[in-house]
Design a protein around this ligand. Structure first.
Ligand SMILES: Cc1cc2nc3c(=O)[nH]c(=O)nc-3n(C[C@H](O)[C@H](O)[C@H](O)COP(=O)(O)OP(=O)(O)OC[C@H]3O[C@@H](n4cnc5c(N)ncnc54)[C@H](O)[C@@H]3O)c2cc1C
Length: 423
């Protein structure tokens, strides 16, 4: 008969579950990894637009911790155990060459997330982890033998099969991009077993705006712009890339501002894009004047090619209110001033956030007060561990969220190692 007893049962075959299971196996545990999808790492494959931004090369641990906001402190032991540098060493020593790009973003040299998943699959195989695909966990059964000693007895799969283990690790992720399998399954189990779940909210999500004109800009990707968030005064800003979508904005700058948007009442919230952040108002005006002088007989509609991407020009012309067929040498100072303002403060009114369907990450999750940061062990259930996005911790774009997966997963895999219990 098949032995269904394990030292560790890991629920969820994302980056967290894979690194945790592999490391526990490496330490000698008999490990089973349960994944509801047909494949491991479905979300991992689409990270970084299919290139996988594995981590961030930030060298200062304090700065790294601060990036996660208030809950960042929780990560100290996990990052000490398995830092961003260790992640790079781990992948390099398992045959995956890496490179650092702008903003410290670390990617595989191959620019292919498949290679990251491949590397982890080999790690699992080399360490004898039993992998069960198409195996959604449906129920968690708590021991009733001793009411003072809360423990998980076993878990039950959708097909009715029971899995018994000394320890269990929830690596089920959050509830963003549910099509990848992250449907927030653990939240309902957690409430049942006495854990507090901080309300899960979509974070790093595209923004919907009221202005229909963005549809004309759909697909336009801008580099080196400054995007700021306003409610009468400036609340926050971000420099980098932005992308126009069918009904709003996305791209790293906007995704990073989305958390702040979610924390505010949407009414009266505005986004402003500065298309020319390197030029102050007088310098931009001089630049426009120079362009106009060089093409003094051209019509206004044909005069912005050097200054702006093609797709943006008709929109700017329309919003500027300047007659498009006007000769540029007839454009008045006041009209030029309006144009400059438009380029420095392209304003859009926020209608809402896209939500879990397209959120890169979920904020909220298992309340960190109920988890030991040095072990990732539950303070409520004696043989339960947590790691990855299921925890109430999230960061901005730039490789920071996968770093949470690697660090907490590795630590949980190590601390849940009880290879002497079942052999
Ligand atoms: C489009 C996109 C791009 C991203 N790009 C980046 C990036 O470049 N860099 C970065 O740092 N972060 C990125 N992220 C975020 C990053 O992918 C996540 O933070 C990370 O995947 C979380 O890992 P996890 O293993 O904790 O959870 P997940 O990756 O969500 O994995 C959880 C797994 O558990 C499985 N599961 C859930 N419930 C059950 C159940 N009941 N039974 C069995 N299995 C179950 C799911 O099917 C899933 O495979 C991106 C996210 C998205 C959506």
């Amino acid at each position: 008969m098949k032995n269904n007893k394990y030292n560790l049962a890991v629920i969820g075959g994302g980056p967290t579950g894979m690194i945790a299971a592999g490391h526990a196996g490496e330490l000698g545990s008999r490990v089973i990894l349960l994944e509801k999808n047909e494949h491991l790492g479905v979300k991992l494959l689409i990270t970084g637009k299919g290139r996988c931004n594995i981590t961030n090369a930030e060298e200062d641990l304090k700065k790294l911790i601060n990036i996660y906001g208030q809950n960042g402190k929780f990560l100290y032991p996990a990052l000490n155990k398995f830092s961003n540098k260790d992640v790079v060493v781990f992948f390099e020593s398992h045959g995956l060459k890496t490179k650092v790009e702008r903003g410290g973003r670390v990617f595989p040299v191959s620019d292919n997330a498949k290679d990251v998943v491949g590397c982890l699959k080999k790690y699992l195989k080399d360490n004898n982890v039993e992998i069960r695909l198409n195996s959604p966990v449906e129920k968690i059964i708590i021991s009733t033998e001793n009411s003072n000693d809360n423990k998980i007895d076993k878990i039950i799969l959708k097909n009715g099969e029971e899995i018994i283990a000394a320890n269990f690790l929830f690596a089920t992720g959050g509830k963003s991009y549910p099509g990848t399998g992250s449907t927030g399954d653990a939240y309902k189990w957690l409430k049942k077993i006495g854990h507090t779940v901080v309300e899960p909210k979509p974070a790093l999500t595209p923004v919907i705006v009221k202005e229909k004109i963005v549809k004309k800009l759909e697909g336009l990707s801008l580099k080196n712009v400054e995007v700021s968030l306003w409610k009468k005064r400036k609340l926050d800003s971000c420099f980098g890339e932005a992308l126009f979508t069918e009904n709003g904005l996305s791209g790293p700058t906007v995704l990073n501002l989305s958390k702040k948007i979610g924390e505010n009442k949407i009414k009266d919230l505005k986004i402003k894009i500065n298309f020319k952040p390197a030029l102050d108002y007088p310098t931009l005006d001089k630049r426009i004047l120079r362009d106009f002088k060089e093409q003094k007989n051209k019509q206004f509609k044909n005069s912005l090619n050097k200054l702006l991407p093609k797709k943006l020009i008709p929109v700017i012309i329309k919003l500027s209110g300047i007659e498009e067929n006007k000769k540029v040498n007839e454009v008045t100072k006041i009209e030029r001033k309006k144009l400059t303002k438009l380029l420095k403060e392209f304003e859009l009114s926020i209608k809402g956030l896209v939500g879990f369907e397209k959120a890169i990450v979920t904020s909220g999750g298992v309340d960190l007060k109920e988890v030991y940061p040095k072990t990732m062990k539950s303070k409520i259930i004696g043989n339960l561990y947590f790691a990855g996005e299921v925890l109430d911790i999230d960061g901005p774009t730039g490789g920071y969220n996968l770093q949470v997966a690697w660090s907490t997963g590795y630590l949980a895999g190590e601390k849940s190692n009880t290879c002497r219990l079942f052999t």
